[in-house]
Design a protein around this ligand. Structure first.
Ligand SMILES: Nc1ncnc2c1ncn2[C@@H]1O[C@H](COP(=O)(O)OP(=O)(O)O)[C@@H](O)[C@H]1O
Ligand SMILES: [Mg+2]
Length: 206
């Protein structure tokens, strides 16, 4: 088995499952965390990731197929998605994809799922489709605050990792998001994003 990424959350290995290319995501023990808390968190995230990754498919989101879950050892084997991370796209493609990403995030929110870690490394473009991965921090929630936190994180990532196209990418994301959730909900959530941001500024000033 080949290690392809040692992530913050878990190690990612390339493997096979019934002859198909697959990914093993393994959440290893973190020594800096109290061991029973650590085990609880790893187990909880493994369960969440596998459950929510399957749930989102019911409302048309593309996500890897879960092949096998070993809760005790915090391992998930899932379909490998061949494609390019949105993070690595050339600028013009990245800007375009943000509209679709906004639409997908809106679809998840409308269906009561907040992703919890919306970064451009958690979207894979495969042929014409955008796959969403990394659901370990996802939650079932219809609360506008939780949805606003998702938007705020994505905005921050665009602003730091894709600063040169930030304005266009963010405005595309918003228009996609609005087309999914509708005008009223859009106004409510974006207002919350503004509130979160103003709190951040205030916190930095004092
Ligand atoms: N199912 C998958 N198919 C293809 N690549 C994947 C898959 N799952 C993870 N990866 C790759 O591994 C990276 C890290 O996986 P991810 O689930 O996002 O964990 P982390 O919590 O470490 O960010 C992703 O950004 C992606 O490049
Ligand atoms: Mg990730």
């Amino acid at each position: 088995m080949k290690l392809i990424r040692r992530g913050a959350e878990g190690d990612i290995f390339f493997t096979t499952w019934n002859g198909q290319k697959a990914i093993l995501k393994s959440r290893k023990k973190k020594d800096y965390r109290n061991s029973s808390l650590d085990y609880r968190l790893r187990k909880q995230r493994t369960i969440r990731e596998s459950q929510i990754m399957s749930e989102v498919k019911e409302f048309g989101i593309h996500a890897p197929l879960i092949h096998f879950v070993d809760i005790k050892n915090c391992n998930i084997i899932m379909q490998k998605i061949d494609g390019v991370l949105v993070r690595d796209l050339p600028n013009s493609n990245l800007v375009n994809s943000c509209k679709k990403i906004g639409r997908l995030v809106g679809t998840m929110h409308k269906n009561g799922i907040a992703h919890g870690d919306l970064t451009t490394s958690n979207f894979i473009i495969s042929k014409e489709n955008i796959f969403i991965i990394d659901f370990g921090l996802a939650s079932r929630t219809l609360k506008s605050d939780d949805h606003a936190v998702d938007l705020r994180l994505f905005k921050e990532i665009l602003n730091s990792a894709h600063a040169d196209v930030f304005e266009r990418a963010w405005s595309n994301f918003l228009s996609g998001y609005k087309s999914s959730v509708g005008k009223e909900r859009f106004a409510k959530i974006t207002n919350k994003v503004m509130i979160i941001e103003s709190r951040g500024r205030y916190a930095r000033v004092v």
